[in-house]
Design a protein around this ligand. Sequence first.
Ligand code: PLP
Length: 393
Amino acid sequence: MSKFLPYGTQSIGADDVRAVVRALKSDRLTQGPEVERFEEAFAKFCGAPYAVAVSSGTAGLHLAALTAGLGPGDEAVTTPLTFAATANCVLYAGASPCFADVHDSDLGLDPAAVRKAVTPKTRALLPVHFAGQPNVWGAKRDFSRRPDFMVIEDACHALGAEVRSGNRWERIGSCSAADMAVFSFHPVKHVTTGEGGMVTTRDRKFYDRLRLLRSHGIERERAKFVYPGEAGAWSYEMQTLGFNYRITDIQCALGLSQLKKAPRFIARRREIASLYRKALSGVPFLSLVPESEGTRSSYHLFPVRIDFRALGLDRSSFMDALKREGIGTQVHYIPVPRQPYYRKLGFRPQNYPVAERFYSEALSIPMFPAMTDSDVRRVVRVLFKKLKRGVAR
Ligand SMILES: *Cc1c(COP(=O)(O)O)cnc(C)c1O
């Protein structure tokens, strides 16, 4: 049987292995020079002045929520069609998440639904660029007049995704329309560090705060001490309650090496997407998620919509049948309000009908840069066959 094609996976080369080995043989395994090198390269890639590397995308979301000042009594609006971590970070900060439904086209937050979800308590908006498709939501002031209203982009799907700005393209993470953007380096994302994440921002104060919170709330720079007194170079101050959300130099060496290849990875993802689009357009009961005007997706995922009900197919059996043919698929996402924990908080999935509808049809098919054209053709062939015959046998 031909090789198994997962819905997504990392691409690790000999150059990545060399970079990691070099870091392992260096003096510093953590809190060393690779961290800042990776941060600088990443900030430059996104077009933002500052980036702070952390131990995961989730840690980045948590620190971004705290840095935005979210706390008890505050509300933050996000999408039901995301990984739980997007909403969880609001709860970590002691604030209350609210969901607004997605738009049927880009599957990101629908600005009209957001406007309805915003209350005087709303302190933040957390859009997600679903599957790598930029969710263009407009300007902050369209939603709230509060000066402390923040936009935190969950950009975990969107490394290298672009939005047109005048006659140039701006990458997600440049923070030209957001206060902070959060990325993940989990192996299924565009570039990996095993586990890892990054927060980008244009605000120097946010940058300092993120760095402080990442490492126990401890300040080591004497000029910034609350009580400078007789403090020597050895001294440090714990100024706030922070965490250990640091990432290692070993991971950052891998991240740097991966980031060099990100343009190639993303270009290949776009090629695969265009092959899929050609092959799958016009297939009955199957529809594609279009690219929005003025944006370029970076295709973290390639979700298709299949009207399983009309076809009389059960999605789980369909996925099992594809798996038997060596094709991995996944469902992104079970809407967060469906999760027992969120139901207990009072959320009801039926309040987000566009997300629910998408969920009932969603199937992410293999999308990763190492896929060959013939891998893509194989996915299409098997998909056609199974759609035609169903999975009765
Ligand atoms: C991957 C992901 C996260 C979490 O990132 P981790 O690095 O796994 O903690 C958060 N939000 C979205 C949308 C993601 O895809």
